[in-house]
Design a protein around this ligand. Structure first.
Ligand code: CA
Length: 228
């Protein structure tokens, strides 16, 4: 999946150049010429990164940044602030307001793309490591290796946990027993498919919602349905 970047910039020429370079770098891009429009869109679909001009008509970049930081869904959204030359104080304020980086106009588009890439790299390990999974009333915490349903913690074996994590990450997709075996037990495991079925049975016993959500696909594998 290509990463999605929103540009909030009222100067169309600048927005067009940025969009062109980011698209060439393989990103999906959407453009907004004011803060309110961007905010409405973000409330529908949060991007992977936001390029935010400081001086905008209506709600300015700082205000939008502050707002986004106050909302849980966008608290950690990577934001690069675009400032005009000479707005030194604003730069500092921008970072205090929670922007991750800033770039001063006029800038070279290549420099901007490099900053975007750098920010994605910087955020990567964090995002991956702390990726907790919510599935209906089930919550899996990757970092602490705990699973709870309705905030009640369950006791799973290491393999049950790994199996559940694997299935949750492939929600909505058909997964074969072979794939599960490779991913959870490792290539060199010769225990056979029965092992998986036994573990699945245990998971269904411990987590009743899986009895209906986790479907057995005959002679192939399993599918965890999308939550309703
Ligand atoms: Ca502007």
């Amino acid at each position: 999946m290509p990463k999605k970047i929103y540009i909030v910039e009222d100067e169309k020429d600048i927005a067009d150049i940025i969009r062109h370079y980011l698209k060439n770098a393989g990103y999906t891009v959407e453009e907004f010429d004011d803060g309110e429009k961007a905010l409405r869109r973000i409330h529908v679909s949060v991007p992977d990164l936001l390029l935010l001009d400081l001086m905008l008509p209506g709600m300015d970049g700082l205000e939008l940044c502050r707002l986004l930081r106050s909302e849980p869904a966008t608290k950690k959204l990577p934001i690069i602030m675009l400032t005009a030359k000479g707005e030194e104080t604003d730069k500092i304020v921008g970072l205090e307001m929670g922007a991750d980086d800033y770039i001063t106009k006029p800038f070279s588009p290549k420099e901007l793309v490099a900053r975007v890439k750098a920010l994605f790299r910087r955020n990567q390990p964090d995002v991956e490591a702390a990726k907790n999974i919510q599935y209906g009333k089930l919550f899996l915490d990757v970092e602490t290796h705990t699973v709870s349903v309705n905030n009640k913690e369950l006791t799973l074996t290491a393999k049950e946990f790994a199996l559940l994590e694997y299935l949750l990450k492939r929600k909505g997709k058909l997964v074969s027993r072979d794939n599960i075996l490779d991913a959870v037990w490792g290539m060199d495991y010769y225990g056979g498919n029965r092992t998986i079925d036994v573990h699945i049975r245990h998971l269904r016993e411990k987590i009743p919602l899986l009895k209906t959500s986790l479907v057995t696909v005959k002679s192939f594998g399993y599918k965890l349905k999308d939550e309703k």
